[in-house]
Write a protein that binds this ligand. Structure first.
Ligand code: CTP
Length: 403
């Protein structure tokens, strides 16, 4: 539990999403966090302080002049011992106040006088989010080091559809947890491949591997959380790039190889998570192939380059982590693959167990043997894999593929 005992100030501002702040408070308390709540006057129109008081077991603060605070120093005292201020929802008005450094009510004053980091979860109508002034404020706040959780796109309370919906409380919780991850990869350059590749047969047909890309994206996110500069070379997936990660979109194995060839020599770590198609079609048809009169069809395939093996064989290779989805004899196949590709760490799982799912169960194979992880959400597994790699790097155990 990363958040156990952590001290938060949860700021609630006046938007319809304020009711979700109650759920966020509940989730934080469930994680063992100490949650102090400050609400703007407008927020109390949407959700009552009593609700948040009951959920957090603490007095809720709404007034800059509250006589309960010693010497009327509430603007300093209430946020001084906090490790993070989370404002959820953060309205367009509140973002404007933050960007301008205004302090005309309790919450804006606590933010202005803070020593802790600040995370905001914006919630507003799409037009307000896209308004030039709001975007200018967001840009200013990012530059000031304020962390953003969302917003997301989707249906809005006002009936419109678009960007501006507050993240769900569970998603905000995940963003908060991310801020508290240890930073063992600070300063490292990490390259990750993810997703499937598509090898065209003709303009409308492809050969591909079943892969959602979820594990690779989770690894990229976990490496970013651990402080690394991360580039993600991704085959076609339906996923958004994790925040702070540079994504290069590719389609075929050859395109993935080209991107990796450029980046790998300057990387400290390489995670080959992509389900690269082992073969491509030798003579790709320029036009859609028409069905013959009965009978079958034969495709001639040629082998694709092995991207991971190429990176691992570089003279000054980054620390390489291979991934293998096997359908049987997990340990035997994984060990053989680790030896063949000559990588210090191989993460293996049974394909039937994890394909497309949010959870998985993996085994790490390294010089010290095998380490089972999970079952757990892929992001949690990715964090543990990254932590394992960081320990291997710190111990300088086979830090290069070529020991
Ligand atoms: N890999 C790669 N390039 C390829 C094939 C695989 O970089 N052309 C990487 C994957 O990203 C993964 C690892 O190699 O990290 C193992 O992939 P897998 O498909 O399980 O291995 P293969 O070598 O293709 O072995 P198999 O015979 O089981 O298909």
């Amino acid at each position: 539990m990363t958040l156990k005992g952590k001290k938060f100030l949860l700021g609630v501002t006046g938007g319809i999403a304020a009711y979700k702040a109650a759920q966020l408070a509940r989730l934080l308390v469930k994680e063992g966090a100490d949650v102090r709540v400050a609400m703007t006057e407008a927020a109390t129109r949407f959700v009552t302080p009593v609700t948040l008081q009951a959920l957090t077991g603490q007095a809720v603060w709404t007034d800059l002049w509250d006589p309960r605070v010693r010497d009327n120093m509430g603007h300093i005292e209430l946020s001084r011992d906090r490790e993070l201020i989370v404002v959820a929802p953060a309205t367009a008005d509140f973002l404007a106040k933050l960007a301008g450094g205004l302090a005309d009510d309790l919450l804006s004053t606590l933010c202005a006088a803070r020593r802790s980091p600040l995370l905001v979860a914006p919630a507003m109508n799409v037009e307000m989010w896209e308004n030039a002034a709001t975007q200018r404020n967001v840009h200013t706040l990012r530059g000031d080091g304020v962390h953003f959780a969302g917003p997301a796109a989707g249906d809005q309370a006002c009936g419109e559809v678009g960007m501006g919906r507050m993240l769900e409380p569970e998603e905000i919780l995940a963003e908060i947890e991310a801020l508290f991850q240890p930073k063992p990869l600070a300063g490292k350059r990490v390259l990750v491949t993810a997703g499937p590749t598509e090898e065209p047969i003709d303009p409308v047909r492809v050969i591909t591997n079943a892969s959602s890309g979820k594990m690779g994206y989770a690894v990229a996110r976990a490496a970013r959380e651990a402080g690394a500069r991360v580039t993600l070379v991704s085959g076609p997936t339906a996923l958004d790039a994790p925040a702070g990660v540079q994504r290069i979109a590719v389609r075929t194995a050859e395109q993935m190889f080209e991107a990796v060839k450029k980046l790998a020599p300057d990387s400290d770590l390489f995670f080959g998570v992509a389900a690269v198609s082992d073969y491509r079609v030798k003579n790709r048809a320029a036009q859609k192939i028409k069905k013959g009169a009965g009978g079958g069809m034969t495709l001639e395939l040629i082998e694709n380059p092995d991207i991971l093996a190429w990176v691992a064989a570089l003279k000054d290779a980054p620390f390489c982590v291979g991934f293998a989805a096997e359908s049987e004899k997990l340990a035997e196949n994984a060990q053989a693959k680790r030896a063949k590709k000559d990588v210090p760490l191989l993460v293996a799982n049974l394909a039937q167990r994890a394909l497309g799912a949010d959870d998985s169960e993996v085994t790490l194979f390294d010089d010290d043997g095998r380490h089972p992880l999970g079952p757990a959400p892929k992001l949690e597994l990715a964090r543990e894999i990254v932590a394992h790699v960081a320990r291997m790097l710190a111990g300088e155990k086979r830090t290069r593929a070529k020991a």
